[in-house]
Write a protein that binds this ligand. Structure first.
Ligand code: DC
Length: 224
C-alpha cells in the first residue's frame, strides 16, 4: 500500500490553501503548500542581496538554501536556516517579487524536483507515515504530480478572488495588483486557468469552504 496523493491547483483567492489544509487535516495527510517553496526562495535571495533579475544567481541560491518544511496541516511551517519564516514569506515584499523566482525556469526545475521528492516521500513515509499528501500549487496536477490519485483545479470569479484576499486585511489596490498581476506573470510559465485532461474543476465562487472541502473529500473517497 502506498499513500494517496491529492493535487490541487489554481490561482490565488480560490480558497485552495484553506481547502487543501482542511482536507489534509480530516484525512490525516501531510499538507504541502508548494507556493511556499517559491516564496522562501524569494526571501532567501532578498536577504542575501541577490538580484532577482539575475536568473543564474537566483537558481544557484535556491539550489543551496537550507529549508525545512513542516507538513502538519494544523500547524504548517517553513524554516529557513533554522528560523521559522512562515509569516515573513507572506509579506507584501515577498508577494510582489515572488513571480521573478516562479518564472525563472532553472529555479522551477530545482524547486520542482524538491516538490516531487517531498510528495514521493509522503507516499511511503514522512510526516504522514505513508498515508499521503495534499499538495497545492499551480502545476501540481500537470507537471509535478500528473499521476496524482485526485487532481483538482480550483477556480473562482476574479472579483471574488480579489475580495477574499482583501478580506484578509490588506489594502485593496495592493491586493488587486498582488493577485491579478501575479497571475498574469505566473501564467506565462504555467497553465492554471483551464483544467488539463482528467483534472476536475471545482468552482468556489458560490461555495462555502466546507462545501469545497466536501467536494474534494468526495473525489478522494472514490479512489480510496
Ligand atoms: O500560492 P502562492 O501565492 O503562495 O504562490 C507563490 C508564487 O509561486 C506565485 O507567484 C505562484 C507561484 N507558484 C508556482 O509557480 N507554482 C506552484 N506550484 C506554486 C506556486
Amino acid at each position: 500500500m502506498t499513500g494517496i496523493v491529492i493535487a490541487i491547483d489554481g490561482p490565488a483567492g480560490t480558497g485552495k490553501s484553506t481547502v487543501a489544509r482542511e482536507v489534509a487535516r480530516r484525512m490525516r495527510l501531510a499538507y504541502f503548500d508548494t507556493g511556499a517553496t517559491y516564496r522562501v526562495g524569494t526571501l532567501w535571495c532578498l536577504r542575501e542581496g541577490v538580484d532577482l533579475g539575475n536568473q543564474d544567481d537566483v537558481a544557484a541560491m535556491v539550489a543551496t538554501m537550507n529549508v525545512e518544511l513542516i507538513l502538519n496541516p494544523s500547524n504548517p511551517a517553513i524554516v529557513l536556516e533554522g528560523e521559522d519564516v512562515s509569516r515573513l514569506i507572506r509579506s507584501d515584499t515577498v508577494a510582489l517579487q515572488v513571480s521573478k523566482v516562479a518564472t525563472n525556469l532553472e529555479a522551477r526545475r530545482i524547486l520542482g524536483q524538491w516538490q516531487r521528492d517531498v510528495i514521493e516521500s509522503e507516499r511511503v513515509g514522512g510526516y504522514s507515515e505513508g498515508r499521503g499528501v495534499v499538495a497545492e500549487g499551480r502545476d501540481i496536477t500537470t507537471i509535478i504530480a500528473p499521476d496524482a490519485d485526485v487532481r483538482v483545479l480550483m477556480t473562482a470569479d476574479e472579483e471574488v478572488r480579489v475580495a477574499r484576499r482583501a478580506g484578509e486585511g490588506a489594502d485593496v489596490a495592493t491586493v488587486r495588483e498582488a493577485v491579478l498581476g501575479r497571475d498574469r506573470q505566473d501564467a506565462t510559465v504555467v497553465e492554471f486557468h483551464t483544467a488539463a485532461d482528467g483534472v476536475v474543476t471545482v468552482d468556489t465562487t458560490d461555495l462555502t469552504i466546507d462545501e469545497a472541502v466536501r467536494a474534494v473529500l468526495t473525489l478522494a473517497e472514490r479512489v480510496s
